[in-house]
Design a protein around this ligand. Structure first.
Ligand SMILES: Nc1nc2c(ncn2[C@@H]2O[C@H](COP(=O)(O)OP(=O)(O)O)[C@@H](O)[C@H]2O)c(=O)[nH]1
Ligand SMILES: [Mg+2]
Length: 195
């Protein structure tokens, strides 16, 4: 099996080889990346988490996510079967600046990315948006509608992020399977329409 973000499934001996489409889930710290991967993954998602250590205190901004005691230091990994021989592999990117070095490798061969946004901390997603724009990697912006967060209208969020009209922006709930599925479908459709 191979990652085939940029390739069509290859024919070998008249049958399609197994194809895995790689999708990144990015966004700021505590925005719901781990939750999103866990909600949709059909395998027990692999998390590489580390309790917020003393070293992280003062470095990691946890305002608004006080209940969050663990932070993803490496990545989240999950899988969804679209049909026999076609899988989506989800990679939740590390949220903190000090793990930026991993992004380049993660983005290799990716079909596209989901940028998760928490409207209470909108600015946290700017680095991800900038990164995928520069990389020319198709992405969608998914606003994770946390309880208690003001419901922003999509047009305002779009303007605040300076998003291109062609970039899809949708509201979602990272804890809801149908909602996450809609986000991923939007991304796959968007990526396919660009390629
Ligand atoms: N109310 C609400 N809480 C959420 C939602 N998504 C995630 N959370 C919570 O927000 C916290 C941070 O989520 P997490 O997935 O760990 O964020 P990550 O740092 O981006 O991986 C966790 O305590 C989640 O349970 C959501 O859609 N609504
Ligand atoms: Mg996480």
């Amino acid at each position: 099996m191979e990652y085939a973000g940029f390739d069509r499934p290859r024919l070998s001996g008249g049958t399609l080889t197994a194809t895995a489409l790689k999708i990144l889930v990015a966004g700021g710290f505590g925005v719901g990346k781990t939750t999103m991967v866990g909600t949709i993954s059909e395998i027990r998602p692999l998390h590489t988490e580390e309790l917020l250590s003393d070293r992280g205190v003062g470095v990691d901004d946890i305002s608004g996510v006080e209940t969050k005691i663990a932070t993803t230091v490496a990545l989240d990994f999950g899988r969804i079967t679209i049909r026999d021989g076609l899988w989506l592999y989800l990679f939740g990117t590390p949220g903190q600046d000090r793990f930026w070095f991993m992004w380049e490798e993660l983005a290799l061969g990716a079909l596209g990315a989901v940028v998760l946004v928490d409207t209470r901390r909108l600015q946290d997603c700017f680095p991800a948006v900038d990164y995928f724009e520069k990389l020319d990697l198709p992405f969608v912006v998914a606003v994770n509608c946390f309880d208690g967060a003001r419901r922003h209208d999509a047009a305002k969020v779009r303007r605040a992020l300076g998003l291109d009209e062609s970039t899809p922006l949708i509201m979602c709930d990272a804890r809801d399977r149908a909602s996450v599925k809609e986000v991923l479908t939007t991304l796959v459709t968007h990526s396919m329409s660009i390629r």
